[in-house]
Write a new protein. Structure first.
Length: 202
């Protein structure tokens, strides 16, 4: 049995932190896992900027409420879910994700949690497990599943390389150049075709 493991931001929905950067007028918050491979370093830096500007969870959630899935993402996901099992494995947080999951038809999502103070400030974050994307696909494999990973960032490469031929989707030129052996594409029809080819190797 096979299961496709999708990243969320950049694959199905716009990058939340980039959207928040644009709304808040803080250009530093445009930095994502496409730019910084060390997720803990990135998040500590983000939380420091939020504290510096006096921003918290409600301000980010207000921006998320206006985010819509990428054009064609819902149709792609519906088609894929009719073909095989699908799980979204993301480094986002439960406090961010609910409105996005509703717009995508409530797919299964595995993500992380924020630690939020009484005043709404984000104090910290909690990962489900270390190296959460690769650890999760390894756990799925231990349950007898073949996995095929799709993502756009440095932190997706582990799950992309873990088993069946994975895909870099709408990734950066730098990440593509550093990983020439991984198939890369930019449209949902190309992605669906690549997944079909990968599943056929199972």
């Amino acid at each position: 049995m096979e299961i496709v493991c999708l990243d969320l931001e950049g694959v199905l929905v716009p990058e939340i932190w980039i959207a928040f950067s644009e709304k808040s007028g803080i250009p530093e918050l445009r930095r994502t896992t496409r730019d910084e491979p060390d997720y803990d370093k990135l998040m500590r830096w983000r939380l420091g900027i939020l504290r510096e500007h006096g921003l918290g969870l409600k301000e980010i959630q207000a921006v998320i409420a206006g985010i819509r899935p990428l054009e064609g993402a819902r149709e792609f996901l519906d088609t894929l879910r009719a073909r095989t099992q699908v799980v979204i494995i993301s480094d986002t947080f439960t406090q961010f994700a609910k409105p996005l999951m509703e717009k995508l038809g409530w797919p299964t999502l595995l993500c992380n949690d924020l630690v939020v103070g009484e005043d709404g400030g984000i104090l910290d974050y909690r990962m489900r497990c270390a190296d959460s994307k690769l650890t999760t696909v390894r756990a799925l494999q231990s349950a007898g599943l073949r996995t095929l990973g799709v993502g756009d960032s440095y932190n997706d490469l582990g799950m992309i390389r873990a088993d069946l031929p994975g895909v870099l989707f709408r990734s950066t030129d730098a990440i593509r150049a550093q990983n020439p052996d991984v198939y890369a594409c930019d449209t949902y029809p190309e992605l669906l075709a690549a997944i079909e080819r990968g599943l056929a190797t199972a």
